[in-house]
Write a protein of this length. Structure first.
Length: 114
């Protein structure tokens, strides 16, 4: 079955960087678009970034444009989220999603201290 496992979260100071990874299995990874979501305490889950199956097309929520980069390695069945210039408002649980099947990972906590 579909399995998505996120890693790379942690505690970082404002202005710092983190790279999240999502290892996928149970489906033909290279055939499907992938996305990253986040959910901050007391807020709804929001789409952060998405990438097409081949990686040639990406899109971002306005609040992270220019700071976050989504990428994928289809040989490794992994999608990444490089997060730079982190702000306290980026603090959230970050989730990997396979939109086509509505599958989610378990999430990884990102905490940005000011």
């Amino acid at each position: 079955q579909v399995q998505l496992v996120e890693s790379g979260g942690g505690l970082v100071q404002s202005g710092g960087s983190l790279r999240l990874s999502c290892a996928a299995s149970g489906f033909t990874f290279s055939s499907y678009a992938m996305s990253w979501y986040r959910q901050a305490p007391g807020k709804e889950r929001e789409l952060v970034a998405a990438i097409s199956a081949a990686g040639g097309s990406t899109n971002y929520v306005d609040s992270v444009k220019g700071r976050f980069t989504i990428s994928r390695d289809n040989a490794k069945n992994t999608v990444y989220l490089q997060m730079n210039s982190l702000k306290s408002e980026d603090t959230a649980v970050y989730y990997c999603k396979l939109p086509r099947f509505g599958s989610w990972g378990q999430g990884t906590q990102v905490t940005v201290s000011s």
